[in-house]
Design a protein around this ligand. Structure first.
Ligand SMILES: Cc1cc2nc3c(=O)[nH]c(=O)nc-3n(C[C@H](O)[C@H](O)[C@H](O)COP(=O)(O)O)c2cc1C
Length: 194
């Protein structure tokens, strides 16, 4: 059975390096039999920018954010996929604000307030990360990677990442960098077989 993958794109630059290299990953995954959907979080409408901590999702029978806006509707589709990939540039050692708004709403897909009654739509899935950064600081993507790895571990998910710590300043040029393209293609193949 083919893998169903969703890529959550969080780069505000339409012609940027994150989107360029994500495209390579997606094409490689598709060539290896995966079905890939995309959610562009930079285009979603929202009533509130992020989670407002109302906790309604924790006490309801459904796994859906009560705000019921564009972000909530897309988050509610995530259980349909085997693999959820975040694609983001590194902004201040973290993901973009646009991705953060989406990630916080993912709270609605687990019942976490009562540890004795823990349930999650993520159990058994793979959470993955594609991230680009400009460097030159060493280990510039380490914090971001663990920011996604730690929740993956907590939720009983496998975790995979593909990191590009030293991208060119020129928008989109990462898609023409042979070493980066080879790495992205390998990651796409891995996603398709995970
Ligand atoms: C607001 C902002 C914050 C950034 N913060 C960092 C950072 O902390 N570390 C780093 O290495 N690069 C940082 N960068 C550089 C970007 O992560 C890098 O250029 C990335 O590849 C841009 O992706 P894009 O082409 O998809 O926009 C930052 C860029 C911006 C605009």
């Amino acid at each position: 059975m083919s893998q169903k993958i969703v890529v959550v794109q969080g780069s505000p630059r339409k012609n940027g390096n994150t989107r360029a290299i994500t495209k390579v990953v997606i094409e490689a995954a598709q060539e290896n039999g995966a079905e890939v959907s995309e959610i562009d979080v930079t285009t979603l409408d929202f009533k509130e920018p992020g989670c407002i901590g109302c906790q309604k999702c924790q006490y309801s029978d459904v796994f859906k954010c009560a705000l019921d806006d564009g972000i909530a509707q897309k988050v509610a589709t995530l259980p349909e996929y085997n693999t959820i990939v975040l694609a983001t540039p590194l902004y201040w050692w973290s993901y973009s604000a646009q991705i953060k708004m989406f990630v916080d709403r993912m709270y609605s897909l687990s019942k976490l307030v009562d540890p004795a009654n823990f349930r999650s739509q993520f159990v058994g899935k793979t959470l993955a990360l594609i991230a680009t950064a400009r460097g030159p600081l060493r280990r510039n993507l380490e914090l971001l990677e663990s920011q996604w790895r730690r929740p993956a571990e907590m939720l009983g998910c496998e975790f995979l990442s593909c990191l590009f710590p030293n991208t060119s300043a020129e928008a989109g040029m990462l898609g023409s960098d042979q070493a980066a393209v080879a790495k992205a293609q390998e990651f796409g193949r891995k996603l398709a077989s995970t």
